[in-house]
Structure formats: structure tokens, C-alpha cells
Design a protein around this ligand. Sequence first.
Ligand code: HEC
Ligand code: HEC
Ligand code: HEC
Length: 239
Amino acid sequence: MDEKSKGQAQAAQEGFAARAKAPASHAATPKAVSEPHPPAATAGAKAPGGRDAQPEAQAQRPRRKRKWPIVVGVVAVVIVVAGVGFWTWHEQPSFCNAICHEPMDNYVEGYFNDQTLMANMHKKANVTCLECHEAKLSEQVAEGMSWVTRAYAVDESGDLATVGVTADQAFCAKSGCHEWEDVVASTQDWGGQAGVNPHLSHQGEAIDCSNCHGVHETSYMYCNTCHDYAVPSGWEEPR
Ligand code: HEC
Ligand code: HEC
Ligand code: HEC
């Protein structure tokens, strides 16, 4: 657990690298795709600006000048359409491993097919990758860089060796996701032992949901590092 949180800051950079690498590495695609909205504006502003910088040279050829708004308009439309299309694709779980097979295949396959994983449970509830993993441009660029430079490692299962992401109460127990009171009630008198509740214990808020619940990995019964409580089927005892 401690190791997990230690690697956190650093792995946050590396971890999602793969998912985002598409925008960064897509050299052939207009740069704009990684930033669909602003690019249209930038492209529009830049092109005419460049020309206007030499008005004398252009003076003899007014015909050309008039075409510019059309050209700029067409370019802007193409960029916007490409951007919107890219963004829609980007929202799909299949985007994550379309290019970054390693390390993303395992996450995407688990999400779609591994019934033992919480990722799959969320798939069944129509929760997409990006609903949990908010796509921040800065992170995506960092991820793209580490994917391109292979600055990441995978473990024997094919998952990233250093996991930078964890989920806490604010993240999971929010409206539209999990109702905290219901969660607490669901594990009251855990294992038939009065007063025992993994969601309400002397460990309090110090432990994150991720201390027990793995999304892409097996969950495990953290309390049992010290106690001997019931372990849900499919969960691991403390490692
Ligand atoms: C229910 C929320 C949720 C969903 C849906 C989800 N993840 Fe995750 N993901 C997490 C959490 C929490 C972790 C931290 C490790 C864990 O719990 O397994 C994580 C870890 C990861 C990591 C390792 C990140 C790192 O920085 O080390 C990758 C890569 C990843 N997820 C990719 C995906 C992909 C791809 C999908 C969709 C196919 C997806 N995730 C769907 C919550 C989610
Ligand atoms: C100390 C370990 C532990 C921690 C930490 C933990 N849980 Fe749980 N959680 C459990 C156990 C054990 C179960 C029962 C699983 C089962 O019966 O298969 C459970 C079940 C659940 C369920 C299913 C409840 C139901 O209605 O069936 C949800 C939702 C849940 N936890 C959410 C959370 C959230 C959100 C957090 C973080 C705020 C969290 N858990 C933190 C151990 C934990
Ligand atoms: C780092 C070790 C440790 C962890 C982890 C831990 N506990 Fe405890 N727990 C203790 C100790 C020590 C006591 C005091 C035992 C005593 O006084 O006999 C205690 C007492 C309790 C008690 C009071 C009843 C009793 O057995 O004395 C409950 C209930 C309990 N823990 C539940 C939990 C739950 C649920 C978790 C997981 C969320 C958890 N504990 C995690 C160490 C731990």
C-alpha cells in the first residue's frame, strides 16, 4: 500500500502515458487534434496574419488576397471536424489501446472481458475509461512522451508496474456514482461479526477505497493485515 502511494506522483506521469500518446505521437495528423477547440482559432488567426505581414508584396495581386478568407475558412472547418471526430473517438475505451497496445491492451481487455474485475462491473454500468480517468491535456502529453520514449515498465500481468492512480471517497462516493451511506450499510457487521465494518472502522478516512478495491486488479482485504475477518470471494488476503 505504502509502495503504491509512494510511486504515485511519478507514476501519475508515466501511467497514463500510453493512453494519451496518440495525440503526441500522431505526427502525421494535424497537431490540432490533440486540442480540438483552440486549434481552429489559432489556424484561422495565423494564416492571414502571416500574409498581412507583407502587404506591399501582396498589393499587386489583390485576387489572391480575396481567396484567403475562403481558404482559412475551409481549413478551420476541416480542423474542427477532424477535432470533433478525434474527440469522439478519444472518448471510446477502444481508443486507449488502438495504438498503445502495450501497456493498454490488458486494461482494455480486462474492462471488456474479465468478470472478476471491477473495471468490468463499471463497463456493465456504462462507465467509460475517461469518466474515471479525466483526460488532462498536460497529462496526455506527458503520457505520450513516456510512451514514445518507452519510459514505463509493465509487470508480468501486463499492467503498468507502477500505478500512480488511486481512488478515494471523494472520487467514488459522489453523486451519480456511489451513495456512501448505502456502501457503509452494505457491509455492516461484516462476516457476521457485530461492530465490524470495512467501510466504517478505526481506520477512518485515512484509507482510500483503493486500499481494498482494485479496479484493474484483484481487490484485497486490507483489514486482515491485522485482523482475521471474512474475505469476499475472489479477493486476496493481504499481500
Ligand atoms: C471505475 C473507474 C475506472 C474505470 C472505468 C477505468 N479505470 Fe483505470 N484505473 C482506475 C483506478 C482506481 C486505478 C488505480 C489502480 C486500480 O485500482 O486498479 C486505475 C488505473 C489505471 C491505469 C494505471 C494508471 C497509472 O497511472 O498507473 C491505467 C493505464 C488505466 N487505469 C487504464 C484504464 C483504461 C484503458 C480504462 C478503460 C478501458 C480504464 N482504466 C477504466 C479507475 C478506473
Ligand atoms: C477496508 C477495505 C475496504 C475499503 C477501504 C473500502 N471498501 Fe468497499 N467493500 C469492502 C468489502 C469487504 C466489500 C464487500 C464486497 C463483497 O461483498 O463482495 C465492499 C463493497 C463495496 C461496494 C459494494 C456495496 C454493495 O452494495 O454491494 C461498494 C459500492 C464499495 N465497497 C465502495 C467503496 C468505496 C466508495 C470506498 C472508498 C470510500 C470503499 N468501498 C472502501 C471493503 C472495503
Ligand atoms: C495496523 C493494524 C490494523 C488494521 C490495518 C486494522 N485494525 Fe482494527 N484494530 C487494530 C488493533 C490493534 C485493534 C485493537 C485490538 C484490541 O484492543 O484488542 C483493533 C480493533 C478493531 C476493532 C474493535 C474490536 C476488536 O477486535 O477489538 C474493530 C471492529 C476493528 N479493529 C475493525 C477493523 C477494520 C474493519 C479494519 C479494516 C478497515 C481494521 N480494523 C484494520 C489494528 C488494526
